[in-house]
Design a protein around this ligand. Structure first.
Ligand code: HXC
Length: 514
């Protein structure tokens, strides 16, 4: 027995060493932690249970028989984060560049299956050079095994991807199929085809960082939702994010004991809307005054800044928020903002997280480029997502709700549950100046003083529509409230809607506009 134990211990020790001291040193020199160091930070102390630590590949081509490492460049298993059970995998770049092999696929697939059956979140720490070249088609097929499970798990358990090094080629699609992707600034990159191939095919010269760095995917492509300053930050953000999500789609998201008085009314809200219509205000400041103190977790913070989305808390309850940001292109909806909002609605709905929408939007962004690039199909995603969502939905119109944006942003007819408006709300088919040109052009042109005639029409139009009262009169707004009352009103509405039940028609699936 002593010999057998010694063998086991030696094998385990070898698994703990990854690619060996020099490769661990090289990993550290790049400012990166090893896979095991990352897991020890992510999981509660002594909670990680490994599976498959001794699995090795069986490839012998290209001298691979000489390069067999227990675990084959990936660590998989179960752990706890803040006491909650999770499944985790972490690619080990020190072993064959973390390259994706048949064994890696088997190990990830195994914990994906177990995570789905157990109904617990799956967190993937990615750091890999992509498909293991020496395994040929077997490593390509292996990706398919993971993708099919990513899709099976979608909407069942939360899936969070951290990119902590390269994520190249086929490797990018697993994160892209998950709920939230967090990238580490400076060391993470994602790309389908690398700089060398791009240079050959298109002649473009670009560095890895310029092509697919954390900043690119957070601010330009919208592929990632969160950017982290470093690895510690990424792991800490993962823990914060998880706190808003349930274990699986059959559970409600975890609630905290209320730590900010539900009845708190912030007087500053009553003064937040500028007297001049054309002057913007910061929607982030507004959200900070309404939600529980320090509870906002924003997604896509650097992308499509004209819309804000994320998680927050109200009276300790986890909610998803969607808001227009008047400081960026007046809060208009464009292609990227539409994608951002629609994705977030769907993310919240699949995990039973109520939606709170703050509306201040002059409409969809006009422009040839927007139309050519399909603002119609992108804009339709918002409508589809809201209509499909069955979670409690509450809206607050703070200022503009014009035309398409009024309808699209959680209007009553689109199954919104409770609609509030502030006295500053302006609910109309279009802005006053546009309406004057459309309805009164001839009268304005024929008038002795066209400027005065246009001003008269604009004033009349504003008097009629630049308030919430016509909408309240016809039942499109449930209640006009003082801005400072927003927080207690939302919390009371949420308490009522907590037990909301919605009947849906059985179908295979609809056609989500893409
Ligand atoms: C096998 C790999 C590998 C891979 C890296 N390595 N990527 N081995 N298959 N895909 C090995 C290297 O040979 C090296 O081994 C070790 O890992 C470390 O790699 P380095 O290149 O020394 O590290 P670094 O300089 O940090 O560069 C990292 C990198 C680079 C940028 C990721 O390795 C790279 O460009 N790799 C290929 C990326 C790529 O194009 N992947 C796409 C594959 S195709 P030694 O022993 O020399 O230290 C694909 C399509 C799948 O994924 C589609 C499915 C749908």
């Amino acid at each position: 027995m002593n010999d057998q134990l010694a063998t086991l211990r030696a094998k385990r020790q070898q698994a703990l060493e990854g690619g060996g001291p020099s490769r661990v040193e090289a990993q550290h020199a790049k400012g990166k932690l090893t896979a095991r160091e990352r897991l020890s930070i992510l999981c509660d102390e002594a909670s990680f249970q490994e599976l498959g630590a001794l699995a090795t590949h069986h490839t012998t081509d290209f001298g691979m028989g000489e390069h067999r490492y227990p675990g084959d460049g990936i660590i998989t298993g179960f752990g706890k984060i803040q006491g909650r059970r999770v499944a985790v995998y972490a690619q080990d770049f020190t072993v064959l560049g973390g390259s994706f092999s048949e064994v890696q696929s088997n190990k990830i697939s195994r914990i994906q299956d177990l995570a789905i059956e157990a109904g617990i979140p799956l967190i993937g720490l990615n750091d890999s050079g992509g498909a293991r070249v020496q395994e040929g088609v077997r490593s390509l097929a292996a990706y398919g095994e993971v993708f099919v499970r990513n899709v099976k798990a979608s909407g069942v358990i939360p899936q969070i991807s951290l990119i902590m090094g390269p994520c190249a080629g086929g490797a990018v699609y697993s994160p892209a199929l998950t709920d939230v992707t967090i990238m580490v600034n400076g060391t993470a990159n994602m790309f389908l085809t690398g700089p060398e191939i791009i240079r050959t095919v298109t002649g473009e010269s670009v560095t890895v960082e310029e092509l697919g760095g954390a900043w690119v995917h957070n601010a330009t492509s919208g592929v990632a939702q969160v950017i982290a300053d470093d690895e510690q930050h990424a792991l800490s953000l993962t823990k914060s994010l998880l706190a808003y999500l349930p274990q699986n789609n059959t559970e409600d998201p975890p609630a905290l004991e209320p730590y900010d008085p539900p009845e708190r009314m912030d007087e500053a809200l009553n003064d937040i809307i500028p007297a001049d219509d054309h002057v913007p205000y910061d929607m982030r400041e507004l959200l900070g005054l309404v939600f529980d103190h320090d509870s906002i977790f924003e997604l896509h913070k650097e992308w499509a800044g004209n819309a804000l989305v994320g998680f927050a808390r109200l009276g300790g309850m986890s909610v998803g928020f969607i808001a227009n940001q008047p400081t960026v292109i007046s809060g208009c909806l464009d292609i990227n903002a539409s994608d951002k909002i629609a994705r977030h609605i769907t993310l919240c709905d699949q995990f039973n997280i109520p939606l709170i929408t703050f509306v201040d939007c002059p409409g969809y962004l006009p422009g040839v480029e927007q139309e050519y690039n399909g603002v119609i199909r992108h804009g339709a995603k918002i409508i589809y997502a809201y209509c499909q969502a069955t979670v409690p939905k509450i809206s607050v119109v703070t200022r503009k709700a014009m035309g398409g944006s009024y309808v699209a942003l959680s209007s009553k007819q689109m199954n919104n549950d409770v609609a509030f408006a502030w006295p500053s709300a302006q609910i109309a088919v279009m802005g006053a100046e546009g309406a004057a040109r459309l309805l009164n052009r001839r009268a304005i042109e024929a008038a002795k003083d066209p400027v005065a005639e246009e001003a008269r029409f604009v004033a009349e139009y504003k008097e009629m529509f630049y308030n919430p009262y016509q909408a309240a009169d016809v039942g499109q707004i449930d209640e006009v409230i003082e801005p400072r009352e927003t927080r207690p009103r939302l919390i009371r509405a949420l308490e009522v809607l907590r037990t909301k039940v919605t009947q849906t028609i059985a179908k295979k699936h609809g056609l989500f506009p893409v």
